[in-house]
Design a protein around this ligand. Structure first.
Ligand code: FES
Length: 161
């Protein structure tokens, strides 16, 4: 059985619309990956396509992030590229329109078991949730950003006007 890393839940991906994380490829380079709901009813019954798919967070037309840090724009089961508007099927990754027509997003293997989503792709190792930049304040390397509100005065203080 392949190694796998627990990422999140199908419910979370569906509720948020997408889920961004950063992994390291076989060369140790960081790569952003998006999880998106795949609502295709036929596919949903297929165990290979359990309701969530994962794609490298980069348009096939230019090196444009599909999720720029505040969620992936989606409509009718299609991922919308924020730069030129090409739309990719969230289940197949295929694009049949606009600048990116006739291309397919780079796929990443994930698995779902009991509603939990796991990274199963041997080409990637989970690094942290969020974008590459989100990992830069992960001082203790636990994959979570450190809380910065315990000793540094916050600019949003309790003082009223
Ligand atoms: S960069 Fe995505 S369609 Fe052009």
């Amino acid at each position: 059985m392949t190694d796998r890393t627990h990422l999140t839940t199908v419910e979370e991906v569906r509720e948020s619309g997408s889920w961004l994380f950063t992994a390291r490829d076989q060369y140790g380079e960081q790569e952003e990956i998006i999880l998106v709901p795949c609502e295709d009813a036929d596919d949903a019954e297929d165990s290979d396509s359990p309701g969530v798919e994962a794609w490298v967070n980069r348009c096939t037309h230019e090196a444009q992030k599909l999720d720029r840090g505040f969620g992936t724009a989606m409509r009718d089961g299609q991922i919308i590229c924020p730069k030129h508007g090409s739309m990719f099927d969230s289940c197949s990754g295929y694009c049949d329109n606009g600048e990116a027509a006739d291309t397919t997003l780079v796929s990443v293997d994930v698995g779902v078991e009991a509603g939990a989503v796991y990274l199963t792709d041997e080409g990637y190792e989970f690094d942290h949730e969020g974008s590459v930049e989100d990992g830069s304040d992960d001082a203790d390397g636990d994959g979570e950003s450190e809380d910065d509100d315990d000793d540094v005065p916050s600019s949003t203080s309790h003082i009223g006007f």
